[in-house]
Write a protein that binds this ligand. Sequence first.
Ligand SMILES: Cc1cc2nc3c(=O)[nH]c(=O)nc-3n(C[C@H](O)[C@H](O)[C@H](O)COP(=O)(O)O)c2cc1C
Ligand SMILES: CC(C)CC(=O)C(=O)O
Length: 392
Amino acid sequence: MEHETPNYGDYQLEVYLRGLTGVREDLPFTFAELEARAHATLPPDIVSYVAGGAGNEYTQNANVTAFDRWGVIPRMLVGAARRDLSINLFGMALPTPLLLAPIGVIGLCAQDGHGDLATARAAATSGVPMIASTLTVDPLEEVAAQFGETPGFFQLYNPKDRAVAESFVSRAEAAGFKGIVVTLDTLQLGWRPRDLKLGNFPQLKGHCLANYFSDPVFRTKLAKPPEEDVRAAALVWASELSDPTLNWNDLAWLRSLTKLPLLLKGICHPEDAKRAIDGGIDGIYCSNHGGRQANGGIPAIDLLPTVVEAAGGAPVVFDSGVRGGEHIVKALALGASAVAIGRPYAYGLALGGEDGIVHVLRSLLAEADLLMAIDGYPTIADLNPDALHARA
Ligand SMILES: Cc1cc2nc3c(=O)[nH]c(=O)nc-3n(C[C@H](O)[C@H](O)[C@H](O)COP(=O)(O)O)c2cc1C
Ligand SMILES: CC(C)CC(=O)C(=O)O
């Protein structure tokens, strides 16, 4: 059978031949270098915001190291010359199993301050859908206009006022987004020492909240428009962003927000996954917010298998700690339907704009694809828990 997707590992050859192929010479190939160079490039308050996590960052770091518990078991001579990394998510044919996780103020990681638009263009170029945060710098309509043929998802922070939530979702639908992700693990902001030390929370300055400030229903709550008093508008935003009383009794209302595929982000317990699916939610997004919210938690990857089982066949998106191709392969083997990339693409954006994101995605895909080739798992369907060995 002819495979539709390319062998992503071919990027390796393109990189070796960079003088001929035009691959940018200045972009790193490991997360460690990506992170170090991005930190040297970005303003210190943005470094603290992007890199920082909750508490002493134990959970954030454990999200990454927990992958080391698993090893991919090599299989020989299975005929893995061609691989197929394509997936079908909610009826959408996607060339790769990757998504771009929602990153609020991703815009500020770009030199021109419009990194949301660069991210959306990278999504268009790479076919990797962007999950655009409620907190994009640019209005969601302008972000969606960059997507080309690649579907996009909209991530909602459920605000105190349901009319604001409904307004965002209907704007997202009108703008052509193909799915809605409601984030549940941020009903309160986590304790983030790096930002606390700097007295910094970028959104409180208000200059990066254009999407929020463009919402007509939100604007009715402001005594003065943000164009006249941005700081006051940001304070209203902070008090309205999340409804801490949201609970399972609100599930039917959440479901009623849209007919688009609806996912709940932040689900790490099997009973929560089951409850969501039983309540009509279409998909689970297993994540601990990259360890930014609650410290002392369990690495998200350790919780993925039971969440997948409880989801009973409904799609499960995974993020938190994905830094390399091996992590993508392991998450897929542990049952993820798709894997979302977080901080690595923010750093790619900081170093190379749209090209930087595309490079990060191509590198991750190449590494995953070559691992599947070398270890003998030619398709995502071949990746299941039997492909992994768990060290004690
Ligand atoms: C700077 C930053 C901002 C984020 N903003 C959002 C957001 O607006 N909405 C959301 O649901 N998750 C947000 N997240 C969480 C990501 O979607 C994702 O869960 C997390 O980055 C995964 O962890 P990792 O980047 O360490 O792999 C943010 C993460 C970072 C690093
Ligand atoms: C306003 C914040 C809660 C945005 C976010 O999700 C984050 O910083 O992790």
